[in-house]
Every structure is written in structure tokens, then in C-alpha cells.
Design a protein around this ligand. Structure first.
Ligand SMILES: [Zn+2]
Length: 180
């Protein structure tokens, strides 16, 4: 049985609220000037971690919160839109968030072998593994800082989220490519 019936009722209740009155003035410039890249793990929901409301942030979620070519392409497009369509609007902070307890499945060779047997790329998967967020976040921040299509006005930072305590620790303080 599908959960969709209940979810559509939830949507009807949402649509009846005034949440949409708080939409960002410019669609790609979120209310809180925040762009988050984090893991698709449901324990790492940015809405709760940053105590956000509707329209506050752009959120990109990938396996491990890793910065992939697809993530970079989306960010490059948002950068371009911002430069061309809203050059006078404030620029956003971009937070890369990796978390504890993420690499458990990756570490299991048998699981990865099973994935490879059904056609998955277990080597690429292993490269994305986050065992210690403080070790993986700096490299992903560096990748973004070194990508010319990402505006030099965006302040990029890296953080480790502890799923046990709910606390974020800053691993790489905010900086932009323009800072040198
Ligand atoms: Zn994860």
C-alpha cells in the first residue's frame, strides 16, 4: 500500500496555510541566503538542523553530502542566474555538511560487492564514503572554491554534523574565492 494518499492530505493542509506568502522575492535567492549541500540521510534534514522555514534555503542532497559534478552544475547555474538576473541582491552562504555515522554501509565489502553484481559502480561508491566528516568536508569545500563557474562572491564553509548530539561543528570557516 502506498503512503501517497496520506501525503496528499498533508499537502492540502500545507496549501491552506499562508506559508507561500513568505516566498523569496527572487526565486533563486532564498530568504536566509543559504545554500546547503548535505547527505540524503533523513537524520540530516537541513530544515531541522538549521531550524529553517519555507523558502529559507536552497538544499542539494547527495550520497554523503559529497560534491559531485551534478551538484557543481546546479550551483553553476544558480550562480549564473544570480549574476545575470539579480546582480544587486546579497549573495548566499554555501554550507557543505557531512555527518557522523554515514559510512557504515560503505565499509561493508560484501554490501559493495552485491551492489557491483547488480551493475552498480562500487569503486565510485567507495570514493564517496564519509567515515570521518572532518576529513572529507575540507576537500569538497576546496573543490567548490576552485570551480570558476561558482561565483567568487559565494561564501563557502564546511561543517561536521553529529547525529548523536545534533550539533554542527565548523571544519572550514566561511570564505570565498575572492578572499584569495
Ligand atoms: Zn550520510
Amino acid at each position: 500500500m502506498s503512503n501517497m494518499e496520506d501525503l496528499l492530505q498533508r499537502n492540502a493542509r500545507f496549501a491552506a496555510t499562508d506559508a507561500r506568502d513568505r516566498l523569496p522575492k527572487v526565486p533563486f535567492v532564498p530568504n536566509r541566503q543559504l545554500y546547503v549541500i548535505t547527505c540524503l540521510d533523513p537524520r540530516v534534514d537541513p530544515v531541522f538542523i538549521f531550524d529553517l522555514s519555507f523558502g529559507d534555503a536552497i538544499v542539494a542532497r547527495t550520497l554523503g553530502g559529497r560534491v559531485t559534478p551534478a551538484v557543481i552544475q546546479d550551483l553553476a547555474w544558480i550562480s549564473y542566474l544570480h549574476e545575470v538576473k539579480a546582480p544587486d541582491a546579497d549573495w548566499f552562504d554555501l554550507a557543505v555538511v557531512h555527518h557522523t555515522g554515514c559510512g557504515i554501509g560503505f565499509a561493508d565489502k560484501a554490501l559493495r560487492r552485491g551492489f557491483a553484481e547488480r551493475g552498480g559502480d562500487d569503486v565510485a561508491l567507495a570514493d564517496l564514503a564519509v567515515f570521518d566528516p572532518t576529513q572529507t568536508v575540507p576537500g569538497d569545500v576546496e573543490t567548490l572554491l576552485n570551480t570558476p563557474q561558482v561565483s567568487s562572491k559565494i561564501k563557502i564553509s564546511g561543517h561536521a554534523y553529529d547525529v548523536e548530539t545534533g550539533l554542527l561543528t565548523t571544519v572550514v570557516p566561511p570564505r570565498s574565492r575572492g578572499d584569495g
